[in-house]
Design a protein around this ligand. Structure first.
Ligand code: ATP
Length: 341
């Protein structure tokens, strides 16, 4: 659906040249929810804004639904943009218009007749769960409701692609989850391709099929979410993965235990897919002469399946502990012995 080839964006500033996006190649499939994660300044906003030519590339090409956007005339680009809509962190609603009028706005621009517009607006209000709020003004809505208006407006002209620019960053965790659920719902119902940028791994974990990690204008790591969770290769990716798998208290507990204990081993077990639901610990205790103390554990669900991380202290004779670790490795569960934090 989307192909980026050697995409580059350079800004000339009074302080010199800034390379915001540096030679990016990427393919995003139809119907996919694709997440781009990175810290502030990595180039995410610049990249997503080039997907609908809000920002013109300095070099390279952007192809969406078979069209090379850089080569389109102004009129063709206007039409192409109806197929690539966008939602924003601060919603960008028209404050003097009601919810209905906001959602109707892109339909008016596209020249849709009044009766058809009315029908479509009611359909969209239902789709995003805003029944009963059609005559309210944005200032009378909660953040989550405002983003629902943004989503309805973005979907008005039946786009093929929805771009989300930090769409949940201004929302509290519960509202974030409800908006993320809505995005999954419309992805499934409409087969819409969704590209989102975020600095929160929670967003990637919860709804994305694939993820790209951005740093200094480059994509440093890319793949299916579960794969990247299982085997992050870059230091920065490891930090992001920890955001969802390893609460802060784990570090403290492990640190404390490392200071106190000089027998056994502290290990992190990482389970992926169906493995996350197997009774591995029971099997270990039955098969070896060891004690296992569970320090912290969590199973997270991704769009590609479950992912679990378990921190345990395995205590006993060295040979028994080693045998137990080997037993786990043979089960294709990743084992990492932690000697410092
Ligand atoms: N219009 C502009 N003119 C000059 N430099 C810019 C412009 N827009 C972005 N940049 C620079 O490009 C780099 C990437 O910025 P960008 O906003 O794309 O990053 P980001 O990952 O989206 O970060 P954030 O989440 O903080 O917006 C930064 O160094 C920024 O200063």
């Amino acid at each position: 659906m989307i192909t980026l080839s050697s995409l580059k964006k350079i800004f000339q500033t009074k302080d010199g040249i800034v390379t915001a996006v540096d030679n990016i190649n990427l393919m995003i499939n139809e119907g996919e929810i694709y997440g781009i994660i990175g810290y502030s300044g990595a180039g995410k906003s610049t990249l997503i804004r080039m997907l609908n030519m809000l920002e013109r590339p300095s070099a390279g090409t952007v192809q969406v639904a078979g069209k090379n956007l850089s080569q389109l005339s102004k009129k063709e680009l206007r039409l192409a943009r109806q197929e690539i809509s966008m939602i924003f962190q601060h919603f960008n609603l028209l404050w003097s218009r009601t919810v209905r009028e906001n959602i109707s706005f892109p339909l008016e621009i596209a020249g849709v007749p009044k009766e058809k517009r009315k029908e479509r607006v009611e359909e969209l209000i239902k789709l995003v769960g805003l029944e009963g709020r059609g005559e309210s003004y944005p200032s009378q809505l909660s953040g989550g409701q405002k983003q629902r208006v943004g989503i309805a407006r973005a979907l008005a002209n039946n786009p093929k692609v929805l771009l989300c620019d930090e769409a949940t960053s201004a929302l509290d965790p519960k509202t974030t989850d409800s908006i993320l659920d809505l995005l999954v719902d419309i992805n499934q119902k409409l087969g819409l391709t969704i590209v989102l940028i975020t600095h929160e791994m929670h967003v990637i974990r919860k709804i994305c099929h694939r993820v790209a990690v951005m740093e200094n204008g480059n994509i440093v790591e890319e793949g299916p979410v579960l794969e990247v969770f299982r085997q992050p290769t870059q230091e920065m990716t490891k930090e992001f993965v920890k955001q969802v798998t390893e609460p802060e208290e784990t570090v403290e507990t492990v640190k404390h235990l490392l200071e106190e204990t000089n027998t056994g081993k502290i290990v992190q077990l990482t389970f992926v897919g169906g493995d996350a639901e197997k009774p591995l610990i029971t099997e270990m205790i039955r098969a070896f002469n060891i004690d296992i103390n569970i320090l912290q554990g969590k199973i997270s669900h991704t769009q590609n399946g479950p992912y679990g991380a378990l921190f345990v202290h395995i205590d006993g004779e060295d040979t028994e502990v080693e045998k137990a670790i080997e037993f786990v490795r043979e089960k294709q569960v990743k084992v990492e012995v932690i000697s410092n934090v």
